[in-house]
Ligand binder design. Structure first.
Ligand SMILES: NC(=O)c1ccc[n+]([C@@H]2O[C@H](COP(=O)([O-])OP(=O)(O)OC[C@H]3O[C@@H](n4cnc5c(N)ncnc54)[C@H](O)[C@@H]3O)[C@@H](O)[C@H]2O)c1
Length: 253
């Protein structure tokens, strides 16, 4: 899956999964542009191990002005993006009866509103430049339609993200813009690994929930992003690509 000549922007890029995706895309020849809310010093630290460093722009994707400005800078300094990955996301683990509304709002603000803001800004840039053949990739999750205790607002946010994927795909197909999503499982990195390590009850449940029997390697998510970013996916739009080791086959756990 060669990505030579493609400019790929990814939000939440300084996170556990984001760094692995940046590495994989760059190794396949893409020009990778990383966005995250963390400052430059923190980003440098997160990316220091990567053999090919991505371009980095600090950007809060829930802030429309900041996001539009950042995409304009990227077009000027790096080039018009071919793919924009709406990947940033947050999770809070809490029982529904105890879930603070501030946390609910914060989660929706990043996972749904932020994804919409970034996707909308990218679409406006592409339409303005009459740039056809571009693609949005959203990072959903296997829990988008499988209830999973203590993360109900997160599962709702991922269901909303799937709706965004299909909506953008439907509305923009005639303009030559595609939209697809990836639904990973329980990844051995980032938010899931943290909960796995800190919450014994979650771990016991998760261990039973993965049919393939082991935590998902983050590289498998990066492979899916690379596949969708490549010309091999050119007839796909509105798809939710499940890459979850079979987790979504066990909806009753
Ligand atoms: N780790 C998993 O098991 C798993 C499984 C399925 C889906 N996902 C999804 O993958 C994505 C990344 O997850 P992760 O595990 O790497 O999490 P992570 O917490 O390690 O990374 C998330 C990144 O998003 C950034 N971010 C937060 N708010 C932002 C904002 N407003 N603007 C820009 N960046 C912002 C954070 O700074 C962080 O670097 C999320 O969308 C998550 O829902 C993760």
């Amino acid at each position: 899956m060669k990505l030579d000549g493609k400019t790929i922007v990814i939000s939440g890029a300084a996170g556990a999964l984001g760094v692995v995706i940046c590495k994989s895309l760059a190794e396949r020849g893409a020009r990778v542009v990383a966005l995250d809310v963390v400052d430059d010093a923190e980003a440098t630290e997160r990316f220091w191990e990567l053999p090919i460093k991505p371009y980095y722009f600090q950007c809060d994707i829930s802030n429309e002005a900041d996001t539009k400005k950042t995409l304009a800078q990227i077009a000027e300094k790096v080039g018009m993006p071919d793919v924009v990955c709406c990947h940033a996301g947050v999770v809070h683990v809490e029982k529904v009866q105890d879930y603070a509304l501030e946390q609910f709002d914060e989660l929706m603000n990043v996972n749904v509103r932020g994804a919409f803001v970034l996707a909308k800004a990218a679409v406006n840039q592409w339409l303005g430049a009459e740039h056809r053949g571009a693609q949005l990739i959203f990072t959903s999750s296997w829990v988008h339609d499988v209830p999973w205790p203590e993360i109900t607002p997160y599962t709702a946010s991922k269901a909303a993200m799937n709706a965004l994927t299909r909506g953008f795909a439907r509305e923009l197909a005639a303009s030559g813009i595609r939209a697809n999503a990836i639904a990973p499982g329980i990844v051995g990195a980032g938010m899931a690994l943290k909960t796995w390590n800190e919450n014994a009850e979650y771990r016991a449940r998760a261990e039973k929930a993965i049919p393939l029997g082991f935590l998902q390697p983050p590289e498998s998510v990066a492979d899916a992003v690379a596949f969708l970013s490549s010309d091999m996916s050119s007839y796909m739009t509105g798809s939710i690509l499940t890459v979850d080791g079979g987790c979504s086959l066990y909806p009753n756990i």
